[in-house]
Design a protein around this ligand. Structure first.
Ligand SMILES: Cc1cc2nc3c(=O)[nH]c(=O)nc-3n(C[C@H](O)[C@H](O)[C@H](O)COP(=O)(O)OP(=O)(O)OC[C@H]3O[C@@H](n4cnc5c(N)ncnc54)[C@H](O)[C@@H]3O)c2cc1C
Ligand code: FES
Length: 255
């Protein structure tokens, strides 16, 4: 398979797991074979020229499927949510780099905020009972994938902004005492900044997935520019091609 070949993939399962949150499984043998945790797919929706980037939430190499969990945010994701089970989706995948994986015995702390939670599920599958998933949501009704992280073996901690489920407050206030060897995080930038601050204080490895706006998705435009840092020198990289996963020390805004 050439890199960047798109394929029509059958939507074999579609569920609305919370109001406005959809869980899609597509049959995609070649993509599932190649995909790794942290990568994303670029999905064509309706007549829009620009595809919509959605993280790969789960990879099943035996069933040859990919799972995506997304929230309706605008026209494109609303159109995607309206696609019927059995229909075919035009998908470009797997794109971007992936989360680096260490020995399964390492203690992994997965910190997700809102729709930044889905890309961390594959990591829970990898680290199993050595992972702690700290998941932050606005409110109980949008607290998605808790059971999935638990079934993958992770210890799950939930925080909500309004206190309607789990810890009342910020997800980062819940993890100040959680021991770990490596942190993986995805979610809103203020949360990512708080997580990387913690990683810095503890001198722990920390990888962030940046879900910035994108256009082409394959490094051909400047739709996803991010300021990076190497040996003190700053330069612009592309989230779609150089990321979406970065060691936080490489991202100028986080270092
Ligand atoms: C690498 C990557 C992985 C992503 N993974 C997921 C995922 O697993 N699940 C999921 O629900 N969403 C994910 N997103 C965000 C998703 O791509 C956007 O929500 C979607 O493109 C919005 O399209 P739209 O046409 O519905 O909305 P638009 O009409 O284009 O925008 C509507 C709203 O969504 C916001 N928005 C638009 N694009 C993005 C974006 N790229 N990131 C954050 N907010 C955006 C806008 O600020 C606006 O408020 C990911 C984005 C990236 C870059
Ligand atoms: S979206 Fe075009 S270069 Fe990244």
């Amino acid at each position: 398979m050439k890199k960047y070949d798109s394929q029509l993939c059958k939507l074999i399962s579609k569920r609305e797991i919370a109001a406005g949150f959809f869980d899609f499984t597509v049959y995609a043998p070649e993509f599932a074979k190649a995909a790794q945790a942290g990568q994303f797919a670029h999905i064509k929706v309706g007549g829009h020229t620009l595809r919509r980037p959605i993280s790969i939430c789960r990879i099943d190499k035996t069933a040859e499927t990919l799972r995506f969990v997304f929230q309706i945010r605008g026209e494109g994701t609303a159109e995607l949510a309206a696609v019927s089970e059995g229909a075919y989706l035009d998908i470009l995948a797997p794109l971007g780099n992936s989360f680096p994986l260490f020995e399964r015995e390492k203690k992994a702390l997965l910190v997700g905020g809102g729709i930044g939670v889905p890309p961390l599920l594959e990591l829970a599958g990898y680290y199993g009972e050595n992972s702690v998933a700290a998941l932050g949501f606005q409110t109980a009704s949008s607290a998605i994938l808790k059971a999935d992280f638990k079934n993958a073996g992770a210890k799950v901690m939930v925080a909500t902004d309004d206190g309607s489920a789990g810890f009342h407050g910020l997800v980062t206030d819940m993890i100040s005492d959680t021991e770990c060897d490596v942190i993986y995080t995805c979610g809103p930038m203020p949360m990512i900044k708080a997580v990387t601050k913690l990683a810095k204080e503890r001198s722990v490895l920390c990888y962030v997935s940046l879900e910035e706006r994108m256009a082409c998705g394959v490094g051909a435009c400047l739709g996803c520019a991010v300021k990076l840092k190497n040996d003190g020198a700053e330069y612009y990289g592309h989230v779609c091609k150089d990321g979406p996963v970065f060691d936080y020390k490489e991202v100028a805004e986080l270092e």
